[in-house]
Design a protein around this ligand. Sequence first.
Ligand code: FES
Length: 160
Amino acid sequence: MENSIDIDRQKIDEIIERYKGSPESLLMIMQDISDVYNYLPKEAISILTEKMSIRESLIYSVATFYKTISLEPRGKFIVSVCTGTACHVRGAEKIVDALQEDLGIKEGQTTDDSLFTLEAVRCIGCCASGPVITVNKEIHGGLDRYSAVKVVDGYRGHAS
Ligand code: FES
């Protein structure tokens, strides 16, 4: 079941206006909304169909094609562990294991408090700093299983 979140209609209207409601900008509009909520909420989809006169199926096709946009609720903090080759040989799997244990979720899942989503990603281009994780867009490198847990736990303080 989808967790209920507060949707700020005005914010979504502003994003649509930023692109003048142009259907050619649908992907960017969806991406900007997703940057606010870390996924594309159902309520936002209704607003898009209504204001842009487009079909819901188009939104689902775009979201399916561009995997950066999730239709499932995700956490406030997206914890992405790089499991590319360079990070893998430096112990990325141990970091995944440690974070799964610390957060009490498996990779691909979101904590019950909707704070963290854990995912494994391919190389993010900072191989020299590996193993690397990102939390939303912030990069943390040179980690081991203990420091990775500490980094992620540090975000609890930014929860509100
Ligand atoms: S393999 Fe992890 S940043 Fe390149």
